[in-house]
Design a binder for this molecule. Structure first.
Ligand code: FEO
Length: 168
């Protein structure tokens, strides 16, 4: 049985993951409008991954006899100044989410909730990957600068992202 504090924090994290879904979907729409279809498709897959993160916690709360309480999802930003601006936003967002996961770990430790700690291990690892991936794309966009051909090459590369087992 989940204690109340942990249950509340997990419900808040479900909301953070659903907001992540929303913001990446919004970035996907932005890239689509900019005719950068590869970037758009990368963002749609990223959004899908975030929905799966929310569902992992959703199922976990249910399995532990807790109550999932869905909350309002904040309206995401819709416009960015450039692909670099969008990916810097994505990288910042992932660092924010990492902070949230670490706060959850601190709480689960305080509450001596070993099952929640074990469930969060997956998220700790995942956040390392999420930050590394978005940071690498920021670096590439920095290198590309204002080069149209560089941007199109990166668009092709990002468009080749496949759904991994974890995302399915
Ligand atoms: Fe669910 Fe990208 O963190």
């Amino acid at each position: 049985m989940l204690n109340e504090k942990v249950e509340k924090a997990l419900n808040d994290q479900i909301n953070e993951e659903l907001f992540s879904y929303y913001i990446y979907l919004s970035m996907g729409a932005y890239f689509n409008a900019e005719s950068l279809d590869g970037f758009a498709s990368w963002m749609e897959l990223q959004a899908q991954e975030e929905q799966e993160h929310a569902m992992r916690i959703f199922r976990y709360v249910n399995d532990r006899g807790g109550r999932v309480k869905l909350q309002e999802i904040e309206k995401p930003k819709m416009e960015w100044n450039s692909p670099l601006d969008a990916f810097e936003n994505a990288f910042d967002h992932e660092q924010y989410i990492t902070g949230k996961i670490h706060e959850l770990v601190d709480l689960a430790e305080q509450e001596n909730d070993k099952a929640t700690l074990q469930m969060l291990d997956w998220f700790i690892e995942e956040q390392v990957e999420e930050e590394a991936t978005t940071e690498a794309i920021v670096d590439k966009l920095d290198m590309v600068g204002t080069s149209g051909s560089g941007l199109l090459a990166l668009d092709r590369e990002l468009g080749s992202r496949q759904v991994t087992d974890e995302e399915e």
